[in-house]
Structure formats: structure tokens, C-alpha cells
Design a protein around this ligand. Sequence first.
Ligand code: AHR
Length: 349
Amino acid sequence: MLDRELSRRNLIKVAVAGAGVAAFAPRIARTTFAAPPPLAQKPNYKVGFAQVEENNPWRIAQTESMRSEAQRLGHELIYTNADGSDAKQISDVDSMIAQRVDLIFLAPSTEDPLAQACVKAKAAGIPVILLDRNVNEEIARPGEEYVCFIGSDFVQEGARAAEFLARVTNGTAQIIELEGTTGSSPAIDRQKGFRDYLAGTYNNADHLGTPAASAGFPNMQIVASQTGDFARDLGRQTFETLYAANPTATAVYAHNDEMAIGAILALEAQGKVPGKDVIIVSVDGSRDALQAIIDGKMAATVECNPRFGPKAFETLAAYAAGEQIAPKIINPDKFFDATNAAQEIANAY
Ligand code: AHR
């Protein structure tokens, strides 16, 4: 993963530096290092919320949180749904710029194309706050092209999943990894945290509240890894294919709950017992996942809290008031397993 991360970043550097690398060249590159556009203080704002997709409980909960907080505060919310398409989300941001919204909350689909949308909004004088996913900082940076990132520490989430799995398997497992949307920051970082932890190279110092780094787990092997695009049915299909090729797999690490539920459905369809034949860990904390933990089908899920509304609008107000905004505002996340799923399910989405 480190190799992939480094090579991706290096390719972007080459692309920004030279005009000849068309495949990777951002159409709009960073030109200035000045602060993001200011936001006037006023009682009500016209605010854009460019949502990436609305096809799972996590996204529905996030949108609901943004809508209800905007309504409570009396702001107008211009909402768009990109249906998972980078191109649609870029044009959604263009449309918000054309409508002269005061500020754009952007939940970016993937890291590189949507970094360019931040550059464009800045050029148009509209500040952007990133919600839940990040963009490529070689193209757009907090405090420069956008105000800040608000969300979870995805690398830490991956490490927490790995730490749990290593503990409950006594350090021996054949793991199938279901990756999130290719090129998205949660897919990149959840993979990195998980793999680094198992390799013993996880860097605690960069990640708040993390478990201790270990000497590594040579008997924890990732036998297959492929994207299920954060979706239940694609997760099910991807797992079926990978499990058919790796029938000795004993564990699943899914980058979100929807794909984990997909793997559970696939196992049950084959007469296997999820939670016994194959141990499943994932990320999010949805109601379905907590129910699966209560039912013994899933072992654990690392929370990735989708309720952004209060923090998003609090940050908008602080920015308008001229306060110093931290480049990264990290949500505190819980961890759900058999010890607490029954108590926590009442709060789940
Ligand atoms: O960016 C956060 C991720 O996006 C959530 O884990 C996933 O469920 C969603 O689609």
C-alpha cells in the first residue's frame, strides 16, 4: 500500500511539474498559496452540499444530519447527489458556483478529480469545507484551496480493525479484503492502516488515539483484495468470486458495513456460517451491522460517524467569525463488538 501511495503521489508531482503527462495532469493545478476565500458573517447562508452518493444507510444518515442542522439554523441547503460519479460531482460543484452559494460542503468521491473542484471553487471566490473524504493534497490543500477537512481518521480505522482481528484470531488468518471505491480516501487509507498494522509498520504518532504498533503478524495473510465499491450487492458478488478462488479464507476485512453484509449473504447462500466459518470485521457502525454482531454473524465494526451536521455548521460559523480553523478536524469514533452492540443499536442508523 505504501508503494501505491508513494507512486500515486509521485505521479501527480510529475504531472503538475510537466505538461507531457496528460493521463495524470490535473486540468487545474495549484497556482497560489493564499488562504481560502473569506466568508462574510450573516444570520443565514445559502450553502451547497455536494454529496457523493445516496445508496447506503451511511450516506442517508449523513445527508439527513446536514439537512436537519441547516433547517434548524435557518440556512438554505442546495443539495446534489453525484450517484458515485466524479464527473457528475464536478458538474454539481460547477452548478453551485454558478448559483453563487456562500460556501460548499463537499463529500468528495475520489481524491484527484475532486481536488480540482476545490481549486475551481477557490478561483470563483467560494470557500469549500471537505466532509468525510479527503482530496489529493498535491493538488488542493487545507488552509489554501479549501478551509479544512472534517471526518474520521481512516488509517486509524484500518489499524483498529486489524488490531481486533489479530487479537480474536490469535494472529493467524487468511483474509479476504473488500475494498471501497477505488481512488477514494477511505479505500486508500483503510487499506493502508490495516496492512501497516499487520506488517508492524503502523505509525501511531501520525494518528490520534491509536492502538500500539506491534511487531507484525506474519501468519495474518491477505489472500485476495478487490473493490466492492462500498456497495452491498457488489460486495456480495466480489466476495463470492474471491471466496471461490480462496476457499480456505478464514476472515473478511470489509472497508464498510454494506460490503460486509454482502459477504454475510454470500456465505449464507453457500451454507456457511458467518462468524464461525469466516470471521468478519468492517467499518461504519450501521444498524444492520450492529444487528449482525448481535446475531453472531459479524465480529466487530469500527465506527465512522456519519452525523456531520452540527460540526459542519459550527465550523462554517467559526470560519465566518475569522477564527483559526484546524486543517483537519477528526471525529471521535467508537468501536462496536459483542460487548456493546446491544446497548448501542438504539442509536444506530
Ligand atoms: O467516506 C466514508 C465511507 O463512504 C463510508 O464508510 C461508506 O459507507 C461510505 O460510502
